[in-house]
Design a protein around this ligand. Structure first.
Ligand code: NDP
Length: 438
């Protein structure tokens, strides 16, 4: 295996050299921002202004962050007083590790794990989604120019059921870092667990957006438009269940419908649109099946959107008007299942306890967003929300040092900061007995 052959030399490359190569990669991505941006938008359908301001800058940030973080990474030592022993922990790279990622933030998510894995001294076999492989290919060209030795990062293309499966079941791949759907991860875990592989799983979400009457209304409204429909609602952190306090409900409903109806959907490469295309025909059909459910259920009311849009100049694209559905029952499919789309639900609540019970009544637990100016309420609710991330009066506000990941069926383990460097290293305790007598 090429990756295995490269491991000894890469893992023994000095920290400074590894860090320098990762910084070079970050520089080259910045220099080639326009090429990456265009490729990402064409592949995925996301508006080009989003690729340019969020996706690709975050790719270089991933490499730059771990170029620095790895030089600050440390391990523990424990002095066993009375036993005359000193324990210290060595953190060794794992060897060859696998990375499998989805289509929604193609290069952003792929590199979010590749960068720390390489920084820690591992060799990586990475598989991007077959739906959006283009920027991963461009990355390989850049890595060579940046001085990354051959065999250290190995990009493989192909379907998940074949190529992805081959990575997961290969006996020489020591760890699997997976981002994608909860169902796929069940399958991966069934293969990898009996082989005693280390697993990091970042999975689906059904994130609540909780709005109290005392919020900063304009800030909340502007952010809620983004948290609902950025990237056509295809970000794992999008807030797809909106709960609004009853006293504010009608005002919010009118204003939100008004603002959402004005969002412009169009070709991703044209800078004049707020939203681009849905990623694939299959995904569009899945979204439509949920909208059709709402059309026939008297407990659900489509307030706006949900219609397919045929662009004259691009009649074969998969465009959908952003959709708000008012629901009466928190247990309904639309509030329980991940749709991963520009479809959000709306529901009123009266009390803190009532809304907490509803938002926590979910198989998922990735992130939640809370809008209130009451500090005591923020602190109380943050303690009780069953999600890995709680945003208060903000959304998608990311500091790369913080732990990232979900609870329940939204994932296993945490990435970000040093957490992921711990994942990509094997701790080894060394215990030295010493004599206290001269
Ligand atoms: P999938 O689970 O369908 O696919 C994810 C990746 O897994 C793809 O590269 C896919 O390959 C691959 N794959 C599929 N089957 C297998 C298999 N048997 N063995 C190994 N690999 C396999 O997810 P999507 O691509 O549809 O992405 C959307 C999902 O990702 C949503 O549920 C979303 O919530 C989640 N997600 C979670 C995030 C988080 O941080 N928690 C972030 C972003 C998305 P291919 O598609 O090429 O065939």
């Amino acid at each position: 295996m090429v990756a295995e052959n490269s491991f000894l030399s890469w893992s023994n490359t000095s920290l400074n050299k590894r860090s320098q190569i990762l910084s070079n990669i970050a520089d080259l991505i910045e220099e080639n921002l326009d090429d990456f941006t265009l490729a990402e938008s064409i592949d995925n359908g996301k508006p080009i202004h989003l690729s340019k301001s969020i996706d690709i800058p975050r790719v270089s940030a991933n490499f730059r962050f771990y170029a620095h973080a790895v030089t600050q990474f440390y391990s523990e030592s424990h002095e066993s007083q009375g036993l005359n022993a000193l324990n210290y922990t060595l953190r060794k790279p794992m060897g060859v590790v696998g990375r499998i990622s989805p289509w929604n933030l193609p290069l952003y998510l792929l590199t979010w794990k590749i960068a720390p894995a390489l920084a820690a001294g591992n060799c990586v076999i990475a598989k991007p989604s077959e739906i959006t492989p283009m920027t991963a290919f461009l990355l390989c060209e850049i890595c060579e120019k940046a001085g990354l030795p051959k065999g250290v990062l190995n990009l493989v293309h192909g379907l998940g059921s074949e190529t992805g499966q081959a990575i997961v079941e290969h006996p020489k791949v020591k760890a699997i870092s997976f981002t994608g759907g909860t169902k796929t991860s069940e399958h991966i875990a069934r293969t990898a667990t009996p082989m005693f592989k280390k697993l990091s799983l970042e999975l689906g979400g059904k994130n609540p957006n909780i709005i109290f009457e005392d919020c900063d209304y304009e800030k909340m409204m502007t952010t809620t438009l983004k948290s609902s429909f950025a990237n056509q609602g295809q970000i794992c952190l999008c807030g797809s269940r909106i709960y609004v306090q009853k006293t504010l409900y009608n005002k919010f409903k009118n204003d939100f419908v008004n603002r959402v109806s004005k969002l412009k959907v169009g070709h991703p490469i044209d800078d004049n649109f707020d939203m681009g295309a849905i990623v694939s025909k299959a995904h569009l059909e899945k979204i439509e099946s949920y909208i059709n459910l709402a059309k026939t259920n008297h407990n659900m009311n489509i307030l706006c959107g949900g219609e397919k849009l045929i662009l004259k100049s691009y009649p074969n694209g998969y465009y959908l008007k952003p959709c708000i559905i008012e629901v009466k029952d928190n247990k309904c499919k639309l509030n329980q299942e991940e749709i991963f789309s520009p479809v959000v639900t709306l529901m009123p609540f009266e009390t803190e306890n009532e809304v907490l019970n509803m938002v926590n009544d979910s198989l998922y637990g990735l992130s939640s967003t809370l809008w209130t100016q009451n500090l005591n309420r923020c602190m109380r609710m943050s303690q009780r929300l069953e999600t890995g991330i709680v945003w208060v009066n903000t959304w998608l506000n990311r500091d790369l040092r913080t732990p990232f990941g979900g609870t329940k069926q939204s994932g296993v383990g945490r990435e970000g900061g040093f957490e992921v460097l711990r994942f990509f290293t094997e701790p080894k305790n060394v215990c030295i007995d010493y004599n206290t007598e001269f």
